[in-house]
Design a protein. Sequence first.
Lengths: 189, 189
Amino acid sequence: MKRIFYNIHKIFPLTEETFEALKNCARILHLQKNEFFLTEGEVCSSIGFIEKGSMRLFYNSPDREACNDFFFENSVVGSFASFLSEMPSIVNIVAIENSEVIAFSKKDINDLIEKHPSLKQLSDFIIQEHFIRTEKREEALLKFSPELRFKNLLEEHPKIFKRIPLQYVASYLNITPETLSRYRSRFLV
Amino acid sequence: MKRIFYNIHKIFPLTEETFEALKNCARILHLQKNEFFLTEGEVCSSIGFIEKGSMRLFYNSPDREACNDFFFENSVVGSFASFLSEMPSIVNIVAIENSEVIAFSKKDINDLIEKHPSLKQLSDFIIQEHFIRTEKREEALLKFSPELRFKNLLEEHPKIFKRIPLQYVASYLNITPETLSRYRSRFLV
DNA sequence: CGTTCAGTTGACTAAGGTCAATTCCCGTGG
DNA sequence: CCACGGGAATTGACCTTAGTCAACTGAACG
């Protein structure tokens, strides 16, 4: 059984029938490293669950790439703004490692929720988690200095430094790779 | 008729009955300047529509106050993260001017949507707009330099500078009041 | 091997922050 | 009506931090 279904089941026990319906709508994507899940300007037509691998979300900008967020196994990826409004996305989402993503189209999601009301709970939960995530992220960017953001990340998610190319970590912290490198040599002894 | 109901009606025409139900749940708050709508640590129990006045949302921090966002007439205010999850809010929302807010409690909102399915559309719309707003805000903070954020704000919302104390504008731009003052003298001639 | 790209290091620069002094504005009370 | 007080905004001098640019190192991969 796919990890993602297992995890959904753990949080929201579903009937066998609902479960089957969900599985039948799942589209499995294998993304190579650097392959895009969502490109700026295109409408985000589906929401994905990362089964395996990692991805990053970033805003394209003439000078620098602003990497907003990382996603790992069991995360939900997509631009909710674009997905819900059906307007072109202003963000890009791209695989960092070779990844496997289970994707559900908007139409399927709507049909599923209509036919299986228990899934509404799940969808609400996902939206809620997304709000919490963005609020925390915004707080970090507004309240803390670059150096403090680095220290916090090191404290809370040290494995990110092992797994993600440092240029993307720098971009996530909204600093240059050079500055990240200096922090590392300064604080990692 | 209250402005907010008028505006809802313009976007999502509602039956007279739905309309009445909505009105009956509305709680009207008169907030004095500097009075809090939501305080950090408390659960955001209702979502408000600003009928009149202006408010700001900020993250409290030992050193500086990070003012994340402004809200004016016809805006929706509240922390969706806290409202949906029923966890303590990490943000504060406070009136800048004397304001009138039409508030709806979580329980009322849920009941209303259940009894009047046409309101689901409205609630989806509000959530969608919120996602769009936060994505744009994040983009601005990540992609643009302080100076560019200032210029963009001046271009797009010049009246904010008339209406909002500059210290809050500075905080919104994530710069110090001194720096904002220098930009102003530099660019406003 | 040699090419390439990520990461590091160093010298320098510039942007914005800090701190302190001053001015401006506005409400209050004599 | 004017004078005063207090907070907001401005201004100036100085400092700190991260950005820039360029050179170098090192690992990965053909």
